[in-house]
Design a protein around this ligand. Structure first.
Ligand SMILES: [Zn+2]
Length: 259
């Protein structure tokens, strides 16, 4: 791999890096259902790909990937591996604590999995008291905004393994994508016809307002995906990835300047 991965450096090289920068990118992902057509490790692969790409452009160091996240609601789909939220929080805390001891102060999580957000936020708030800055980029929400901005895809807010996720997978590794199993999936309303589940995490619509109802994902989506992966394409994925890398480069430049 081409980026500046911490695990590929010697300790004197890390020492040298820390004289110039206290910033580190942390790829975090999940191993979870991504519909019937995408591999379980999509989130993890996307965060690794993006970290490598940004590291090459900015020279920013990348910490070891945290490949497992909190995905409990997907456990009825074979292969999903979820940590307990407490475990994930402890894991991230101890990871960042070690980096802190060596002198890192500016932590940027490249996070394509919403379920990891609470654990990262918890550490971020505590580390702020130690004069650190912890940031997190919600990768799928950012892809959705980018796609909307250039009218590249159908409405795909809060989709999962839908048009955007599948396009990214087709651009990154078409050999793992089984388009013959991709199918358009709408969320169902298993509780009542008035409560419409918007995503698998629990975000729901009730008469135009939002409430949270925590179900297992297979109660809401039979395939595990939400959205329309059928109209995904490699070309769309390439455009999205290019624009994402440009955006992340800008974020890193901005966060380098902050106190
Ligand atoms: Zn996810």
């Amino acid at each position: 791999m081409d980026g500046l991965f911490l695990e590929n450096q010697t300790w004197p090289k890390v020492e040298e890096y820390l004289k110039k920068s206290n910033m580190i990118l942390i790829p975090i992902g999940s191993i979870e259902n991504e519909g019937k057509h995408l591999p379980l490790g999509l989130d993890t692969h996307v965060s690794m790909y993006l970290c490598e790409a940004i590291s090459r452009k900015t020279g920013c160091m990348v910490g070891p990937c945290l490949p497992l996240g909190y995905s409990k609601w997907f456990m009825d789909f074979p292969g999903t591996i979820s940590l307990e939220n407490n475990t994930l929080t402890t894991l991230i805390r101890e990871y960042c604590e070690c980096l802190y001891q060596h002198g890192f102060r500016n932590f940027i999580f490249i996070n394509p999995h919403m379920g990891n957000g609470n654990a990262i936020a918890d550490i971020g708030r505590d580390f702020r008291r130690k004069n650190c800055l912890v940031s997190m980029i919600d990768i799928w929400r950012t892809f959705e905004k980018i796609a909307k901005g250039i009218k590249l895809t159908e409405k795909s807010d809060l989709s999962h393994a839908g048009e955007i996720g599948t396009s990214i997978a087709l651009a990154l590794y078409p050999e793992y994508v089984e388009m013959q199993h991709a199918q358009k999936t709408e969320t169902s309303s298993p509780l009542s016809s008035n409560i419409k589940h918007i995503n698998t995490v629990g975000f729901s619509d009730f008469k135009g307002n939002n409430i949270w109802t925590y179900l297992q994902a297979n109660e809401v989506t039979e395939t595990g995906s939400i959205g329309n992966p059928v109209i995904a394409s490699k070309e769309k994925g390439k455009i999205l990835l290019e624009k994402m890398v440009v955006f992340l480069e800008e974020v890193i430049k901005e966060l380098r300047e902050v106190k």
